[in-house]
Design a protein around this ligand. Sequence first.
Ligand code: ADP
Ligand code: MG
Length: 400
Amino acid sequence: MRELTFNKKIYYIVVWIIVAIMISGLLVDNPRFGRFEFGYIAHCILVVILSVCLLIYQRKSTGLLRLIIIIVSSVFFYTLFIFYPETFSTFIFLCFIPALSILYFDSKLFYFSLLFNFVSTASIFGFIIFFEKGHIYPHIEQDLIGNFANFIASQIIIYFIFYVTNAHIKRLQLYYEQIQQTERLKTTGQLAAAVAHEIRNPLTVVGGFLQLFEQDKRFSEDQKRHCTLMIDELKTAEQVISQFLTMAKPEKEKVTETVDVKVVLQSVTDLLYSYGLIHDKSIELKVNGDCMISANTIEFKQLLINLIKNAIEASEIGDIVQVTAESEKDFVVIKVIDHGRGMSKEEVATLGTPFYSLKSKGTGLGMMICFSIVEKYKGTIDFQSSMGQGTTVMVRFPSI
Ligand code: ADP
Ligand code: MG
């Protein structure tokens, strides 16, 4: 998940203020100042490392650098706590360490930080109970249980803040992605409508002449074969355009009516029956009970044709494609089941992306159209697929 992109200027101002505070902590009224003890040297080194990391983070915001910043700042606060025991407020910093990683919106980093902090602070409490016995940290030792309870409470509060912010950010991100997808579809639709009309006519003219050449005796067999190839390619182009045009058709032409799923399924399977036969595959239809939905018949047909065609194309020679429909509570459930090549999880996730096709003659528009039709009538579409086993596409429409 991406973290918040800070305004560059504000980021540097804040970081420089933090650096200044850290340096003043080293120099101003520091009881260890000037004495070259381990604690003071460690403190100096950590200030330098942390400052450098924070300053370069804006330019090189990698996951590794985030991890380093979180670890170094945790070690820094623990160093303060351990080497400046008289400053009791350093304990407050320990409570807030996991809050730092909320800034990066990185869940893994947050859980790591939370665990790291819990283990470290628990060890410190253990040390105070068993060895130190209040000589160095009297303010903690005097009310051990109270302090520990406060620490736990602070971790819970921080977790809660993280949980709420994270959920909110995830929702926002999903929302933006959806908007982008819709926008993309809208622009492709509009563009297609304009381009399709312009391209269709020349294609028809070229196709017509090619058909004439194909039958012309003056051409050699070789040349005729080329013509057939060209005609085939033109047909594919024509298909792309038709698919696109149906998407871009004005809404007013698509009236919503009561559709008897059984009747439509029968006519679609009849239509595709010969298509399956050509490829030596058959279609089996089973409709249970009354299945009535509210949709535009042509669009609903288009949805089913696309799904069944895909199932036939994915199947092996001799396979059967099963199409079932039944009423289930408030829904009509239609399943298109094939035992063909199946899809991987990634392939299923990519379905619906314009022009995504693994077929040499595919348009990659079928699923996109299916998705938009299902969405329009407040239905759902789900895929269960495994490589080499087959695919079940389940479409649900609200029944009437
Ligand atoms: P096209 O059929 O023109 O390739 P679609 O949008 O209909 O375009 O399908 C996109 C891709 O999804 C197909 O190329 C195919 O790889 C995959 N696909 C769709 N349905 C199935 C299915 N039932 N089994 C296996 N793969 C499928
Ligand atoms: Mg298809």
